[in-house]
Design a protein around this ligand. Structure first.
Ligand SMILES: *Cc1c(COP(=O)(O)O)cnc(C)c1O
Length: 420
């Protein structure tokens, strides 16, 4: 790599950074976790574990055993024996390991998009006041969140109130205070902004939304498995997120949904399916929701993705989210250090918060010369970040599987593309 083709000053910096990476890897309390993942022994630099997490080695065995013994051996009996309970059992484990949620409030189902639709509609149904006809969200929210809310506003005759955050940050407490009031029904925000990595003040914003008399739905796609989340502690109303990002459930693995126990007795979700009905197998006339979070199911649960995410939930419980967040902060801080040394002098801008307390597990670097083709060329060289229009490269650092050396190798390749 061209790390060896530099002038003496640059070489000194490269040597220093290489030593730093070595030191950081040497004292990484979670370094052993990387060995549990497939592919981490190769020189490939994976900087997109926040889009699709790497698979655990045990997942290959768990899935093979499931096919041979449970699916192949138990056949349809498997539903009664285990599979029907998995949405709640693994939901509870996700609540305990990752979400700061007591049992009975989390379920694994559908996709994040579908689950968010159900949650937003359930939240709207829980707001009884007809004068509250505004849905609040921010322009930096993930596309699916924005489109969903646009569709729901049409269905329900609601008005959208857009917060416009700094694209290099995210929605602030002050902006939420200003956007909410006696007309607000529901607020939808991401805890971590998918582009900038900005970490929102979830407890403060949740309290502000409640002060305004409204309900909040949090999208946790980029925070589940990267930061400590205290849903019960912050008295969050509703939350949802992906399991194929930091939870490594595999492509298209089902989402998780959280409903605060205080809302469950009056829950009214819009997709009435047989799996969410009480006594599903009676197949009786008329829909009556199952009690509690089970009433949030609609159709048959996707079992394979749950098997994969269970391996990561076990590993997270062993490692602890506190240690994972600590490593995540060290990884993004190192990435910023390398950015300052190598990319800023070439005209790149950090489009993410500098304060680690306001940052999740990824950073975005903007440069006018970055295009989709830049990232394609990086991918061809086995350095895998993500492209984010109009000219950003997003560097995602999955704490359980990413090494500091991997970060350095990846950032060196990005620097080399900029040098041309
Ligand atoms: C990845 C992501 C999604 C994806 O939703 P799917 O239904 O799984 O496609 C939604 N919201 C955010 C914030 C995301 O980062």
């Amino acid at each position: 790599m061209s790390i060896h083709q530099e002038n003496p000053a640059q070489r000194a910096t490269a040597d220093q950074l290489r030593r730093r990476a070595g030191e950081l890897d040497g004292r990484d309390a979670l370094a052993h976790c990387r060995d549990h993942f497939i592919g981490t022994e190769t020189p490939l630099s994976y900087l997109d574990g926040n889009s699709l997490g790497r698979p655990l080695k045990r997942t290959a065995d768990d899935v093979a055993a499931f096919i041979r013994e449970e699916w192949g051996g138990r056949l349809i009996r498997g539903w009664d024996e285990r599979w029907l309970h998995m949405p709640q059992d693994i939901g509870d484990q996700a609540g305990r390991a990752v979400l700061g949620a007591a049992p009975g409030q989390t379920i694994i189902a559908d996709s994040t998009t579908v689950v968010l639709y159900k949650l937003i509609r359930a939240a709207l149904a829980a707001v009884q006041d007809p004068d509250r006809n505004e849905l609040v969200l921010d322009t930096e929210n993930f596309p699916t969140d924005r489109y969903l809310v646009e569709g729901i506003a049409l269905e329900e005759g609601l008005t959208l109130r857009w917060i416009e955050p700094d694209p290099a940050a995210g929605a602030t407490l002050e902006q939420v205070r200003q956007a909410t009031g006696p007309r607000t029904a529901v607020v939808l925000l991401s805890q971590i902004a998918y582009r900038s990595g900005h970490l929102a003040d979830m407890p403060g914003i949740t309290a502000a939304v409640h002060d305004a008399g409204a309900l909040v739905v949090w999208d946790l796609c980029h925070s589940a498995g990267s930061v400590e989340i205290g849903l019960d502690g912050a008295d969050v109303d509703f939350a949802a997120g992906c399991t194929y990002k930091y939870l490594n459930g595999g492509p298209g693995s089902p989402a998780f949904a959280y409903v605060n126990a205080r809302h469950l007795p009056s829950l009214n979700q819009p997709i009435w399916g047989w799996m969410g009905r009480k006594d599903a197998f009676e197949m009786a006339a008329g829909y009556e929701p199952a009690a509690g979070i089970r009433g949030f199911l609609s159709g048959t649960p996707a079992i394979f993705g749950m098997l994969a995410m269970q391996g990561t939930l076990d590993l997270i419980e062993e490692a602890s989210m506190a240690a994972i967040r600590e490593k995540s902060v060290a990884l993004t801080s190192f990435a910023v250090e390398v950015f300052d040394a190598w990319l800023a002098p070439l005209g790149a801008q950090l489009a993410s918060p500098r304060d680690p307390a306001e940052r999740g597990g990824h950073i975005t670097v903007d440069h006018p010369d970055f295009t989709k083709a830049t990232v394609e060329a990086l991918w061809d060289g086995d350095v895998i970040p993500d492209f984010r229009a109009p000219h950003g490269i997003r560097v995602g650092l999955s704490p359980l599987s990413t090494s500091f050396d991997e970060v350095l190798q990846g950032m060196a390749a990005i620097r080399d593309r900029l040098r041309g």
